[in-house]
Design a protein around this ligand. Structure first.
Ligand SMILES: Cc1cc2nc3c(=O)[nH]c(=O)nc-3n(C[C@H](O)[C@H](O)[C@H](O)COP(=O)(O)OP(=O)(O)OC[C@H]3O[C@@H](n4cnc5c(N)ncnc54)[C@H](O)[C@@H]3O)c2cc1C
Length: 411
């Protein structure tokens, strides 16, 4: 016999999307419950944030808590190709908004967020998974199960699925939709950043455009460690020999920047972690009694660090709309949720595609650059992808391709 309980809003997953959703719903006075499969702290990738996510943290009343953590501040990003450097400083961005954010070990960041949410009075349960869902006219009936196999059915007025890579509702309700981006692979490691130099801006996130379709991230943390990852076409990784660690060392050796900084320094894991085929979409982002946030809705690509920002933007919005619905208001989920989120996702989609076809790099590494255009592109890189006064947001695909065509012609 399963246990039974009721709540207004059930949030699946305690990642950043789930934490901000739960906090916003709690601030709106609703009864909220979070069900999380893992024991926290737990590792997850996604360590470079965007300034836009500070707005979501503010709305969820969680910014102050994260400020206490002393994470590495991120004021911009540096791109490198063939020794040439292109730097973006968020203080130069076109859109009014936050001009900095953080680079975070996610185990600590996510743990701090959900701990604060629990302190605010939200009931959070770890090591319990959502395994099933049914709907009646007014509720969702969610089946959950803990490690000991003990079941509990939770009747919820609304379910926010923030299960990230778990994609709980898309899987249970057959909502998976292939991404229009090809499958890519990533191999990454945390290392002791022993050769980091003081005062040489070596704590800045660096993206190295290694060869067509292959790039490297370097994300320094305030604890003296650094995240290093290679991303690209799966075939690229087959060109290396040996076990995963040997392959990773050869990759480190094959790129000037990583060879100089990370050769012969201590690696913090026994083997690099490998992820592939992560780009995915969903047939719909909502229904009468649920909304999908973050990776449970859509994930594109790691290159512009948009994942956590989308998780939080969608988490806040889903919670705000769900609260209005449960308080009896009519909510236009298509317009105010799915279309809104896709508006932002599609801006990044254009930039991701322009990165992998090389046109964005032609702009970044052009001999000359127009400061106004650069500030508009900077706002996209800061995550302000809903500001339609920004031409490089409003006309995203067209604007980038026209500009790269001009750059290719005139240098
Ligand atoms: C290689 C790579 C690099 C990346 N780098 C970045 C980056 O630098 N910056 C960035 O912003 N993003 C990055 N991302 C994306 C980032 O990892 C995700 O977008 C982000 O973690 C999504 O947050 P979330 O809250 O949606 O889900 P998650 O952070 O994945 O949290 C979901 C939670 O749901 C729980 N869960 C799963 N199934 C169940 C279940 N059945 N029941 C209950 N709970 C469940 C999980 O245990 C997990 O704790 C990267 C992605 C990849 C693949």
């Amino acid at each position: 016999m399963s246990a039974f309980s009721e709540t207004d809003i059930l949030v699946i997953g305690a990642g950043p999307g789930g934490s901000v959703a739960a906090s916003v719903a709690n601030l709106n006075g609703l009864k909220v419950r979070v069900i999380e499969k893992a024991r926290f702290p737990r590792f997850v990738i996604g360590e470079s944030l965007l300034p836009r996510c500070m707005d979501a943290l503010e709305k969820a009343d969680l910014l102050g808590a994260i400020e206490e953590c002393g994470f590495q501040k991120k004021y911009g990003a540096k791109f490198i190709r063939d020794g040439k450097v292109c730097e973006f400083s968020f203080s130069d961005q076109y859109t009014d908004g936050h001009t900095w954010t953080w680079q975070v070990p996610r185990s600590e960041f996510d743990h701090k967020l959900i701990t604060e949410v629990a302190k605010k009075g939200v009931q959070v349960e770890f090591e319990r998974s959502v395994t099933g869902i049914e709907f009646d006219e007014d509720h969702a009936l969610v089946t959950t199960e803990n490690e000991a196999g003990e079941k509990e059915v939770i009747k919820a007025g609304f379910v926010i699925d923030s299960s990230g890579y778990g994609r709980v509702l898309p899987r249970l309700l057959n909502l998976d939709k292939p991404s229009n981006l090809p499958p890519r692979k990533s191999v990454f490691m945390h290392v002791k950043d022993a050769k980091r130099t003081e005062g040489a801006a070596s704590d800045v996130i660096t993206i190295i455009d290694h060869k067509p379709g292959v790039w490297v991230w370097v994300i320094p943390f305030s604890n003296g460690n650094c995240s290093v990852g290679f991303v690209g076409d799966p075939d690229y990784f087959d060109t290396f020999e040996g076990d995963e660690m040997e392959k990773f060392k050869t990759m480190i050796d094959s790129v000037d920047f990583t060879r100089e900084r990370f050769k012969d320094i201590p690696y913090l894991w026994d083997a690099p972690k490998v992820l592939s085929g992560y780009a995915i979409s969903t047939l719909k982002f909502y229904d009468k009694h649920f909304a999908l946030t973050g990776n449970a809705a859509e994930f594109l690509d790691p290159v512009f660090s948009s994942g956590v920002t989308f998780a939080m933007e969608s988490g806040v919005r889903a919670a705000e709309l769900a609260c209005r619905q449960l308080k009896g208001e009519e909510v236009n989920w298509k317009k105010d949720y799915e279309d809104y989120i896709l508006d932002g996702v599609n801006v990044f989609r254009s930039y991701v595609m322009a990165w992998y076809d090389g046109s964005l790099q032609d702009i970044f590494f052009a001999k000359t650059s127009n400061p106004e255009i650069k500030s508009m592109i900077c706002s996209v890189l800061a995550g302000y992808v809903w500001d339609k006064t920004n031409y490089y947001v409003k006309e995203h695909g067209h604007a980038i391709h026209t500009l790269s065509g001009i750059v290719r012609m005139y240098g």
